[in-house]
Design a protein around this ligand. Structure first.
Ligand code: SF4
Length: 484
């Protein structure tokens, strides 16, 4: 990889040297000026030295140790191979971009198959942006369906394909946004990916600061840092940062630190190495400190072993600061020696997930050859599980009794099908629980066998009859797959 990236890095490097940039104290901002027009408000004190990397020699050593470890131990992953071998910068950036979007909130092991299938189907931005034409010629479900499903636009079919390929990865809007952004690059940017982290973030929908930094450093060799969950953990431990790691103050300090640390000649490898360290060694619960390539720079480990973060006395002791240290653990939750390095990072307590109950009905009929078929309907274009297919479902009000649930579902089906449905005809099958990150969802599952066909209201959501096999190949959520 390295040659490619090194060349790119040289092109972007502004200064020839590898000396680490010093972290600057925050500059006076407009907001910092006194609102009354008097003397400017005092600048916030810079973070205490024990939470920073301020020694260029230490930074240099850390970079070297981390990169040497990465070269020896990195996992072989398809997006890394593509990023290392693809000569075309746009294709390289696209390959990294797809991987980064898929990896958001999803484990590497799960992503690999999805990634390979995606890149096989849409190997370039242009292929993804123009895929609606492929969908048309392939005729995947375009023809009007005898079951009465509404005809879809080609674009809609592409979205369906994206959803089908994405099904099981969760956070479905990611796939849709990737597709929208690809169309934008092709139609508005002449097919050329923006070449800096700043432009990537500014011009591409769905690309935030982290993704922009990852694409720019890995694909173009821009010396810019990245901060994701793994990096947060590693940096907080390296520098004993115990304040809430999701607070703006800590997040800003971590970005400063990531930008200061990133290796100037191999920024993409350095960023991946830091993330790899967090994913495989500096893991949340039982970090493998003995095997860690940067253990000699780790103040959490030092504190665990020696009872203090550094062996050399600090000029400034956090404990002596007026008002306390903004980056140390709060006084109410001090260092807990039984936790060791896992004292860091810390997060404000998570909100409890919302409890939601939904009644869902498996409507079943006999198809042409006597094969059972099931009716599925498409969810709205926005919101949870946008655009995915599901069995006809109804969100239930809190605390509704079982008998009433059944009646509510029967009314819902009746209004929707224009066919009388008695609550007593619905057979209760059981409950399926699915935990989304922020929702504890229970599906109360009923079944309703039908003798004849039903004519659905054409103004209601798109719907279609599918066999069990077709159901599992459709863009249905993991939660729905648990139902059938
Ligand atoms: Fe993480 Fe342990 Fe390495 Fe420190 S020494 S960075 S806590 S694995």
């Amino acid at each position: 990889m390295s040659q490619l990236r090194a060349v790119a890095a040289r092109g972007l490097r502004r200064s020839g040297g590898r000396a680490a940039p010093q972290q600057q104290p925050a500059r006076q901002s407009r907001k910092g000026a006194s609102l009354r027009g008097g003397a400017p408000a005092p600048l916030p004190a810079p973070p205490p030295a024990q939470h920073l990397f301020s020694d260029p020699a230490e930074i240099e050593a850390l970079r070297g140790n981390l990169l040497a470890w990465y070269d020896r131990c990195k996992r072989d992953l398809p997006w890394r191979t593509l990023a290392a071998t693809e000569l075309d910068a746009d294709r390289r950036a696209y390959a990294v971009w797809v991987s980064e979007i898929m990896l958001q909130q999803t484990q590497v092991a799960t992503v690999i198959d999805y990634y390979n299938r995606w890149m096989q189907k849409w190997p370039t931005l242009q292929a993804l942006a123009q895929a609606s034409l492929e969908v048309s010629s392939a005729g995947t479900g375009c023809s009007p369906c005898p079951c009465g499903s509404s005809s879809n636009s080609l674009l809609h079919l592409l979205e369906q394909e994206v959803n089908e390929l994405w099904a099981g990865l969760g956070y479905y809007s990611r796939g849709k946004r990737l597709q929208e952004a690809a169309r934008k690059v092709v139609s508005e940017l002449a097919g050329r990916m923006p070449r800096t982290a700043e432009d990537l973030q500014k011009l591409l929908p769905g690309v935030g600061r982290y993704t922009a930094g990852a694409i720019a450093s890995i694909s173009y060799g821009q010396a810019t840092g990245v901060v994701d969950g793994n990096v947060i953990r590693v940096l907080c431990r390296l520098r004993c940062i115990g304040a809430d790691s999701s607070s703006p103050l800590v997040v800003d300090r971590l970005w400063d630190m990531a930008n200061a640390l990133v290796d100037r000649s191999r920024p993409g490898d350095f960023n991946q190495a830091l993330m790899e360290l967090g994913a495989t060694v500096c893991v949340p619960k039982a970090p493998l400190c003995g095997e860690c390539p940067v253990k000699q720079h780790c103040r959490a480990r030092c504190r665990k072993l020696f009872g203090k973060p550094t062996l050399v006395p600090d000029v400034e002791d956090c404990g002596k600061r007026v008002g306390g240290c903004p980056l140390c653990p709060p006084a109410t939750e001090p260092w807990d020696s039984s936790l060791g390095v896992t004292n860091f990072p810390r997060k404000a307590a998570k909100k409890q997930p919302r409890v939601v109950k939904t009644a869902t009905c498996v409507l079943e009929r006999r198809g042409c050859h006597g094969t059972p078929e099931y009716l599925i309907v498409q969810r709205p274009d926005s919101g949870l599980l946008a655009g995915l297919w599901e069995f006809p479902s109804l969100l239930l009000p809190q605390g509704l009794q079982e008998e009433k649930q059944q009646e509510a579902l029967a009314d819902h089906l009746q209004a929707w099908m224009g066919w009388p449905v008695a609550a007593g005809d619905l057979q209760l099958i059981g409950e399926v629980v699915h935990i989304f990150s922020h929702i504890h969802q229970t599906y109360v599952v009923y079944s309703l066998p039908l003798d004849g066909d039903v004519t659905l209201d054409p103004t209601s959501s798109p719907s279609r009859w599918v066999t069990e096999e077709e159901f599992h190949a459709s863009a249905v959520s993991t939660a729905m797959k648990k139902v059938l």
